[in-house]
Design a protein around this ligand. Structure first.
Ligand SMILES: [Zn+2]
Length: 460
C-alpha cells in the first residue's frame, strides 16, 4: 500500500516536474536572445494635420514586447527642440503591432521629432526621426527649378534639388535611363553620365514615407558637348554668310581669365541661350561658327575692372575717356581682328565682376552687347542647374542684351519677362523667364521698342 502510494506520489511528482520542464521550455522559446533591432518608423502625411508617425518592431531582430514613444516640437524662433513628452508605452505581441503618433500643426513651430523605443527582456533600441511640421501641400514636388536642358559638364545634381522646398524627406529617386544619368544616393547626387534623355521618377511612397502626392517624372535633356576649338585672336572663316554674332572672350587688364572659352562654358551658354530661344520663339541666334564650333575670339583688353566699376554704366551718357565701354571694347577688337569684324554683331563675354547691379549691357539699338559671368552673375552652386528658374544667368543675359540690340528696352509689365531690367520692379524670388508671353510687347509688335522677329541676327 505504502509502496503504491509512493509510486503514485513519484508519478505525480514526475508529472509535476515534467510540466515544470515543459513550462520552462516554452518560456525560453519566447524569451529574447538579444535586444530588438531599431523599430521601423514611417512618416505619413495625410490630407490634414502634421506628419503622422508609426512604429513597428523590426523583423530583422528579436521581437519587442513593448514599444514606447515620445515626441517634441521645435519653435521656429528656437535653435533646439523643446521638452520631450513622457514616454507612452504600448505592449506588442507581434511585428505587426503598430503604434501611432499624430503631430499637429502649431503656429510658431517648424519641426517635430518622434522617438520610438523597442523593448524586450534583453534590452532596448530606439530611433528618432525629425520632420518639418508642415502640411502635405508643402511637400508638393510638382514645381521644379532645374533647367530642362543641361550640358553634360553640369556633372551632378545634388538631390536636394528634387526635394520639396528643400525639405529632406525619404523620397525614392529612380533613373529610367541609368546609361545617361544615375543616382548616387551615398553622395546624394544625380550623376550625369552621357548625352541623351534623362528621365527620373520621384516617389513619396515607400517604406519610410507616405504622402498623398503621386509620383512625379521629370525629363532632362543632357546636351552633347559641342566640339571646342582654341580661341583665336582674329575672326576665322565663316560657316555661313550674312548677319551673325561674333563672340569675343575678354580678359580685362589686371584680371586673370578663367579659361571660360577652353573650359566650354561659353559654348554651353550659347547653346543653352539658343535652345531656350528656340522653345520660346522658334528662332535661334546666328552665332558665328567655324566647322560647327563657335568661333570665339580672345582679347586681352586695356580696360581695367576698376575703370568700369568707377563709372555708372547703366547711364547711357556715362563715358570712359569719351566713349562708352561697349564702343571701347569694339574699337579694341577691330584693331586686333581687322575692320571686317565691325560688320558683325559683337558679343563680349567679359570675365570680370563689373557691377553689383547688372550682368550685361547692350546697345539699344546697335550691334554691340556685353555679358559678364562673374560675381552674382554666376552662382557656382547652382550654375547651369537653376540659377534663375530653369535657365542659367549668362545665357539669359546674352539673350537679353542681344535683344536690346534690336531696339527693345525694358518693358516693366511682366516680372517674369526676359527683357525686364533697370527701371522695373524685379521679382524677389526666382520665377521662370518668359519671352513676351502675351505677344504684345516686342514679338510681332514693336510696342516695347522693336519687333524682334524682324531682327537680322536670327539663324536662317
Ligand atoms: Zn537690359
Amino acid at each position: 500500500m505504502e509502496r503504491f502510494n509512493l509510486r503514485i506520489c513519484l508519478l505525480a511528482l514526475g508529472l509535476f516536474l515534467s510540466s515544470l520542464v515543459s513550462v520552462e521550455t516554452a518560456q525560453s522559446a519566447l524569451a529574447c536572445t538579444a535586444p530588438p533591432e531599431n523599430p521601423i518608423i514611417k512618416t505619413i502625411w495625410n490630407k490634414s494635420g502634421g506628419p503622422l508617425f508609426t512604429a513597428v518592431g523590426n523583423p530583422a531582430g528579436d521581437m519587442p514586447n513593448k514599444i514606447s514613444y515620445t515626441y517634441s516640437y521645435k519653435k521656429t524662433s528656437d535653435k533646439d527642440f523643446g521638452e520631450w513628452s513622457e514616454w507612452i508605452d504600448t505592449d506588442t505581441t507581434s511585428f505587426e503591432d503598430q503604434i501611432e503618433f499624430q503631430s499637429s500643426l502649431k503656429q510658431g513651430y517648424d519641426w517635430v521629432a518622434f522617438s520610438a523605443n523597442a523593448i524586450n527582456e534583453c534590452g532596448n533600441r530606439f530611433l528618432t526621426v525629425s520632420r518639418r511640421l508642415v502640411s502635405y501641400q508643402k511637400l508638393s514636388i510638382a514645381k521644379s527649378q532645374i533647367a530642362e536642358d543641361l550640358p553634360l559638364a553640369a556633372g551632378k545634381i545634388p538631390i536636394y534639388f528634387f526635394s520639396p522646398d528643400g525639405y529632406e524627406i525619404p523620397q525614392t529617386l529612380t533613373s529610367k535611363n541609368p546609361g545617361v544619368c544615375e543616382f548616387d544616393l551615398k553622395a546624394k547626387t544625380l550623376e550625369l553620365i552621357a548625352p541623351g534623355k534623362c528621365e527620373v521618377t520621384i516617389s513619396q511612397n515607400n517604406e519610410e514615407l507616405q504622402t498623398p502626392h503621386p509620383d512625379v517624372t521629370r525629363t532632362y535633356n543632357i546636351l552633347k558637348p559641342r566640339a571646342l576649338i582654341s580661341s583665336a585672336t582674329k575672326d576665322r572663316r565663316d560657316d555661313f554668310k550674312g548677319s551673325q554674332i561674333h563672340v569675343v572672350y575678354v580678359a580685362l587688364s589686371g584680371v586673370p581669365s578663367r579659361g571660360l572659352d577652353s573650359r566650354g562654358d561659353i559654348s554651353n551658354w550659347l547653346d543653352l541661350a539658343n535652345i531656350w530661344m528656340k522653345k520660346k520663339l522658334g528662332k535661334e541666334f546666328a552665332f558665328d561658327t567655324y566647322n560647327g564650333s563657335y568661333d570665339v575670339s580672345f582679347m586681352k583688353s586695356s580696360v581695367s575692372a576698376k575703370d568700369i566699376a568707377a563709372k555708372d554704366l547703366l547711364n547711357p551718357k556715362s563715358k570712359i575717356k569719351g566713349i562708352t565701354i561697349l564702343d571701347r571694347l569694339r574699337n579694341e577688337f577691330v584693331k586686333q581682328a581687322g575692320s571686317a569684324v565691325s560688320k558683325k554683331y559683337l558679343l563680349f563675354v567679359v570675365d570680370a565682376a563689373m557691377s553689383k547691379s547688372y550682368c550685361g549691357l547692350g546697345q539699344q539699338p546697335g550691334r554691340i552687347a556685353m555679358a559678364t559671368p562673374r560675381g552674382d552673375c554666376w552662382d557656382p552652386t547652382k550654375g547651369y542647374l537653376a540659377q534663375i528658374a530653369k535657365l542659367n544667368s549668362p545665357s539669359a543675359t546674352i539673350a537679353h542684351e542681344l535683344i536690346h540690340n534690336t531696339g527693345v528696352g525694358h518693358p516693366c509689365g511682366q516680372q517674369s519677362d526676359l527683357m525686364i531690367g533697370s527701371g522695373c520692379k524685379l521679382s524677389s524670388s526666382p520665377i521662370e523667364i518668359t519671352l513676351d508671353a502675351q505677344r504684345k510687347l516686342y514679338v510681332g509688335t514693336s510696342k516695347a521698342g522693336a519687333n524682334i522677329l524682324k531682327a537680322k541676327f536670327w539663324k536662317k
